[in-house]
Design a protein around this ligand. Structure first.
Ligand code: PLP
Length: 457
């Protein structure tokens, strides 16, 4: 595919869609942050879009432009922005105090709600981020099994704990053979010992996964799996892959950690239940905090006992100055109470209808795109055939250009579509928003078909 004279791809000055206020703000930001941002995940084109406020499904930037938000802080805000019941509860809590060195009853209510929904969650502990949740789950698995290592899916994102960062951004030049994916460091200076304790697996490759788990079982504490890993392609797991993982894990006494920091939003009982995974431990975050920072590790009583500090030093000490702070507990409790079966059914209907419409548009225009995802999540791939794993989903340089073009086209029409990452729906959305998204995608395909020389990949 070649891209020529696109109105959305000015060569030098970047996107004209970011206004002067954002440019000014970024100028100031560059003087205080190493690259002008405080998160590597912030999109910039060529500068980040600074936000003024959000309302429901919509965002307003500092220059007064309105956008339908398909990011909602990386899938966190399942009820959209400034959700009235959460605001009301937080206003009360704010006046009563924001954090204490003692527990509050709010944490028991949120814990009971979450454990009451998911059969495998007998006990739970709160922390502040999904990264911590994954880290504590891995520590508990290590303490329980007496082994240090983990297996993880190549290309899957699980936050910033060193062991799960391995092979998070593998590329063709370093990812090794399909049968034995290489453990690829994620930052300069990553200790070799970390690399030696991580076994990357390819998603949906049941034979390869079983082979690698058996081979390294004596040093493996757990298989860490997001049932539908977003950065690895947001691909549906094959039932046979799940069964194979489950069987080899129990054969080798390796635990299964279901990282549902992102995918817990896939059903009332979460993602493992949806895909038939029986996990020993779960990592949660994002939606369970109602828009405030949160993480949680939950699981079987016997494994969660690793955190028990009743009688002696716990196998895994877990604290945290802000863990279970009443603000996050309050926001999470209200958000989760409002996320009832009807809310999930609404999101499921919207998601199914939208994905079907995107696929129909692709078929109409016969352009090399495909769509993956489930429930309130979707991802558009610049591939004719929907990918089956991270390697399949990996973009060539020209595909990356197409995806940038897609994101810019959506922004020009008033929709924030995360560049290459997972897009998500929220409960305040309805048919009107689905029409909007489907129409903009159709326009993009139509304009692409006319303007560009498309060649299928
Ligand atoms: C699957 C998964 N695990 C862990 C994390 C880390 O969560 P946090 O950013 O709250 O540390 C994320 C964040 O996007 C995630 O998607």
């Amino acid at each position: 595919m070649t891209l020529q004279s696109s109105p959305y791809m000015p060569e030098q000055e970047g996107s004209p869609l970011i206004g002067p206020r954002s440019h000014d703000a970024f100028g100031r930001a560059r003087q205080v942050f190493p690259d002008g941002t405080t998160r590597v995940t912030i999109e910039r084109d060529p500068v980040p879009r600074y936000i003024s406020h959000g309302r429901g499904a919509y965002l307003f930037d500092a220059d007064g432009r309105k956008f339908l938000d398909l990011n909602t802080n990386f899938t966190t805000l399942i009820h959209g922005h400034a959700f009235a019941p959460v605001i009301a509860a937080l206003e009360r809590q704010l006046r009563d105090g924001t954090c204490f060195a003692n527990p509050t009853e709010k944490e028991i209510d949120l814990a009971a709600l979450i454990c009451g929904r998911v059969a495998g969650m007998d006990r739970i502990r709160f922390c502040n981020t999904g990264t911590e949740a994954v880290m504590f789950a891995i520590k508990a698995a290590r303490a329980f099994t007496g082994r240090p290592g983990i297996a993880k899916i190549e290309g899957a994102y699980h936050g910033a704990y060193d062991w799960v960062e391995v092979s998070q951004a593998s590329a063709p030049a370093n990812w090794g053979s399909p049968a034995e994916p290489r453990a690829v460091p994620h930052y300069r200076g990553m200790p070799k010992t970390v690399l030696s304790e991580v076994v990357p697996l390819r998603f949906n490759d049941q034979q390869g996964a079983v082979h690698q788990i058996r081979r390294y079982a004596s040093s493996l504490a757990a298989i860490v799996i997001d049932p539908m890993p977003s950065r690895a392609g947001l691909i549906t797991p094959d039932p046979a892959f799940i069964t194979a993982l489950q069987d080899v894990a129990s054969e080798q006494n390796v635990l299964i950690i279901s990282d549902e920091v992102l995918s817990f939003r896939q059903s009332f009982q979460g993602a493992a239940a949806r895909y038939g995974i029986e996990a020993d431990l779960y990592a949660l975050g994002k939606i369970i905090g109602g828009g405030l920072p949160i993480g949680a590790v939950a699981g079987r009583t016997a494994v969660m006992e690793m955190f028990n500090a009743d009688t002696k030093t716990p196998a895994v000490p877990q604290g945290g100055t802000f863990s279970a702070n009443p603000m996050s507990m309050t926001a999470g409790l209200v958000a989760m109470q409002c996320l009832d079966e009807a809310a999930f059914a609404h999101l499921e209907r919207l998601g199914d209808a939208l994905r079907a419409r995107l696929v129909q548009a692709i078929e109409r225009w016969q352009i090399a795109f495909s769509v993956t995802g489930a429930a309130s999540l979707f991802r558009i791939h610049p591939k004719r055939r929907a990918p089956r794993d991270f390697r399949d989903a990996f973009w060539s340089a020209s595909e990356a250009v197409v995806m940038k073009e897609l994101t810019r086209f959506f922004a020009a029409e008033g929709i924030i579509l995360p560049y290459g990452a997972t897009a998500c729906l929220s409960t305040p959305m309805g048919e009107a928003e689905m029409d909007f998204i489907a129409q903009v995608f159709e326009q993009f395909l139509a304009s692409g078909a006319q303007r560009l020389e498309w060649s299928p990949t």
